[in-house]
Structures are given as structure tokens and as C-alpha cells.
Design a protein around this ligand. Structure first.
Ligand SMILES: Nc1nc2c(ncn2[C@@H]2O[C@H](COP(=O)(O)OP(=O)(O)OP(=O)(O)O)[C@@H](O)[C@H]2O)c(=O)[nH]1
Ligand SMILES: [Mg+2]
Length: 297
């Protein structure tokens, strides 16, 4: 009988905004732990999703998308967070959209080269590639660009091929005992996850109007019998934005709160009371000190 060494380590999930990194992390973990949005920059801070196998534990670090526009302190913070995750990782899972190679992909790949870490390429969103044969030149092109350990076509949205990633990534990790308990799928605490759910509901409705202008905090979590009581605050950077989030007659904030409450109830399988407020913190997204306080520095 041969004994297989247990391997465990960190895999940075890198790529430009909107490539589908968080969707792929959710598919690999088999549970929704990261928020997903049509709008870029859904992910703001590194979040860990854990894939447990018989002889491996892969800790995926879902980081913000890397992009070229570095104007605001928030964008700079997102970029540096993504870079740090890549530098600290044992291996990298590079996510791109099949057939849509862009400048930001090139930048992300340059960073991966700099780290010198082994990388697996996810050629994502293949549900949009027709006919199937069109994938072959895309795979060949990717092979030209970099010496990837593996290239795996996937539709993260459909959740197919998710096990193939674990099989390709596990051998790239060091021999090590588990880093987290075997039944743990994320390192995110409940209040943080709840704040992310509120932000997802906000982005769904106002992502176009307020792409970078809001953040969410959960100020209180309390269990009262069956019920979960949560107080959350949506922080905006300007008075005019407050009006947008509140909406006419408070309708917008009500719609956001009701969508978030439903998502929270589905996740926790119990009734949720969500008290949602909108407050202003002028210029928060340009303030490096505040960003670092929020864990975005
Ligand atoms: N058609 C299709 N859409 C996908 C697929 N994977 C992700 N998407 C969509 O692409 C959008 C972005 O997905 P995310 O997972 O939020 O992307 P991300 O790379 O995490 O983005 P940031 O966090 O902003 O960097 C969402 O609308 C997803 O539903 C896929 O395989 N096929
Ligand atoms: Mg994301």
C-alpha cells in the first residue's frame, strides 16, 4: 500500500474584474460564500473558500479583480490586496473569459509571472463559446502566453468541471497538515457575510449609479429565539448618493433590505429581522486611512 502525502496550502484566485473568480470559488467550494455581480469589483477584500479532499485541503483566496485604472484610493487598495494575495500564495488560479483577452488580463498575467508561482488557467464562461471547437485555438493561445500547469475550460456559472480544478491544484501545494478544520468552508464571520449580502443586493439595484460609492457594515447581530436580528448601515460618500439609496418614499432602501433579508433567511434557514440605515461618510472611498480600517488597505 502506498501512502499519499497530505497537501494543503493557499491558492490565490486572480484575474481582471468580472472574469468570474467569485463564481468559480463558489462552484469549487460547493456553496455560495462570495458575492457575485454583473458589475465589476464585486469583491473588495480577500475572502477564503476552503475545498476539502481526502488527501488535500485547498484554501482559495478570492481577491478583488486586478485592473488598470488606479484613480481612487479604493481602486488602488483593491489592486494591492489582489497583488498581496498572489504573492503570499503557494499557487495561482488565473481566471479569464474565454475569447475575450484584454489589457487587464495581460496585466494580471504579468503579475503572476512576477510571483514565479505555478499557475492553473481557468478558461471561464465557455457556455458562451459556440461552436465547442472554437475553444481549441483559445487553449493554444493560452499555452503560448504562459507555461500554465494546466488549462481547464469551465462554465463556473453552470458549475461544471469544478472537481478538475482541485485535481490540478492539489499537487502544486506543499506537504502539510490541514490549515482549517475539515468541515469549514470559509473564514468569513457571520456579520461580514451579512454585510456582503446587503452589498450584493445594493449592487444588483444601484451598481450602475453607485459602483464604488458605498460600503456596508453590520453593527449588531443578535439571536432572539428562532429569529436573527441584524442592524446594517449602508455608507455613502455624498449627500446626493444618500438620496439615491433611500429612493423616493424610501422605496429603494426598502427593496434592498427586503432582497437582502430573503437571502439571509435562505442562508440561515430562519426568520431574519434586518434594520437597514443609510448614512453619509464624506469621501470615504478616497480616504486611505478609512480604507485600511475597513480592511481594504
Ligand atoms: N455566462 C457566464 N457568466 C458567468 C460565468 N461565470 C461568472 N459569470 C458572470 O460574470 C459576472 C461576474 O462574476 P463574478 O464571479 O462576480 O466575477 P469576479 O471575477 O469575482 O469579479 P470581481 O469580484 O468584480 O473582480 C457575474 O454576472 C457572473 O454571473 C460563466 O461561466 N458563464
Ligand atoms: Mg469577485
Amino acid at each position: 500500500m502506498s501512502t499519499v502525502a497530505f497537501r494543503a496550502g493557499f491558492v490565490a484566485v486572480s484575474g481582471r474584474p468580472n472574469a468570474g473568480k467569485s463564481t468559480l470559488v463558489n462552484a469549487m467550494v460547493g456553496q455560495r460564500i462570495a458575492i457575485v455581480s454583473r458589475r465589476p469589483q464585486a469583491t473588495r477584500r480577500a475572502l477564503r473558500g476552503i475545498v476539502n479532499g481526502a488527501d488535500f485541503q485547498i484554501v482559495l483566496v478570492d481577491s478583488p479583480g486586478l485592473h488598470g485604472r488606479n484613480t481612487r484610493a479604493l481602486n488602488r487598495a483593491l489592486n494591492s490586496g489582489a497583488k498581496q494575495a498572489a504573492v503570499e500564495a503557494d499557487a495561482i488560479l488565473f481566471v479569464i473569459e474565454a475569447g475575450r483577452w484584454q489589457e487587464d488580463d495581460e496585466r494580471a498575467l504579468a503579475l503572476i509571472r512576477e510571483t514565479g508561482r505555478p499557475a492553473v488557467l481557468a478558461l471561464n464562461k465557455i457556455d458562451r463559446v459556440h461552436p465547442r471547437e472554437a475553444l481549441l485555438p483559445m487553449i493554444a493561445e493560452a499555452q503560448e502566453r504562459h507555461d500554465f500547469s494546466a488549462i481547464i475550460p469551465v462554465s463556473a456559472l453552470r458549475g461544471d468541471n469544478a472537481e478538475k480544478f482541485a485535481a490540478a491544484l492539489a499537487p502544486l501545494l506543499p506537504e502539510s497538515p490541514r490549515l482549517f478544520p475539515a468541515d469549514q468552508v470559509t473564514d468569513q464571520r457571520m456579520a461580514e457575510r451579512a454585510a456582503e449580502i446587503v452589498r450584493e443586493a445594493l449592487m444588483e439595484r444601484l451598481g450602475q449609479e453607485l459602483p464604488y460609492a458605498a460600503y456596508v457594515t453590520v453593527e449588531r447581530v443578535e439571536e432572539k429565539g428562532e429569529r436573527l436580528h441584524l442592524d446594517a448601515v449602508i455608507w455613502v460618500a455624498r449627500t446626493s448618493q444618500k438620496g439615491i439609496v433611500v429612493g423616493a418614499g424610501g422605496r429603494m432602501v426598502k427593496a434592498i433590505g427586503s432582497a437582502a433579508r430573503k437571502a439571509l433567511e435562505a442562508e440561515h434557514e430562519r426568520p431574519v429581522m434586518l434594520a437597514l440605515q443609510v448614512r453619509e461618510r464624506t469621501g470615504w472611498n478616497d480616504d486611505p486611512r478609512l480604507l485600511s480600517m475597513l480592511g481594504l488597505g
